[in-house]
Design a protein around this ligand. Structure first.
Ligand SMILES: Cc1cc2nc3c(=O)[nH]c(=O)nc-3n(C[C@H](O)[C@H](O)[C@H](O)COP(=O)(O)O)c2cc1C
Length: 189
């Protein structure tokens, strides 16, 4: 048994090609997100998106920190993933909302990989700026921004980023993240 290629083949590039993403494929990305599991089926995710060349794309770029903007400007698509803060039935805070947004983005990312589209999620942005510029109302909280596109040539990146592109990806050992039974990580908070 091997890891599924849709999981092992995913990574977060910074070099994107000029090719835009067809609207049909964009719709499929969000269709994949739509089918994610969520606590009480609240589906507490909302996505705003814009394609390169559109006015809102520049607005979204303005929300990114410099270190991300420098390469994300070449992405085909920028997405803002937003959480719905409260449970729509009880009106109380939904403690699982961010978890569920992450699940939806996970689905989106698998569907993207199946279509040769790569995502680069970003926490390096200004949430309050995004709220203001993208008209996100209170009761909804920006979680991440995501750059997406087809793979491009690393040569188009500034030199310091070029080396990092395609560098071996690192992960903790399985024994560091999963234990059978009780807590056994020898790790204190
Ligand atoms: C919530 C989140 C925030 C991230 N923020 C940034 C970011 O601001 N800038 C960046 O270059 N990468 C960012 N990343 C990408 C991670 O650095 C990357 O996923 C991680 O190094 C593992 O690499 P891989 O996705 O290629 O496996 C973020 C990823 C996630 C999930």
């Amino acid at each position: 048994m091997e890891l599924h290629p849709l999981i092992s083949g995913r990574w977060s590039p910074r070099a994107f090609s000029d090719r835009l993403i067809e609207q049909e494929k964009i719709d499929l990305l969000f269709e994949a997100a739509r089918w994610a599991a969520s606590s009480s089926n609240q589906q507490p995710w909302r996505f705003l998106y814009s394609q390169r060349g559109e006015e809102v794309f520049e607005t979204m770029l303005d929300c990114l920190m410099d270190g991300n903007r420098i390469w994300a400007k070449d992405a085909a698509l920028l997405i803002a993933a937003v959480a719905v803060d409260n449970n729509s039935r009880s009106g109380k805070p939904n403690g699982h909302a961010w978890h569920d947004v992450g699940l939806a983005v996970g689905n989106l990312s698998i569907q993207a990989t199946a279509m040769d589209i790569y995502l680069h999620q970003m926490g390096g942005y200004y949430p309050e700026k995004a709220r203001e510029l993208l008209a996100i109302p209170q009761g909804f909280t920006p979680v991440t921004m995501i750059a997406a596109g087809y793979l491009g040539k690393p040569e188009r990146l500034p030199e310091n980023l070029r080396e990092r592109e395609g560098a071996p990806r690192k992960r903790k050992a399985l024994s560091e993240i999963a234990a059978s039974g009780k807590w056994d990580f020898g790790e204190t908070a």
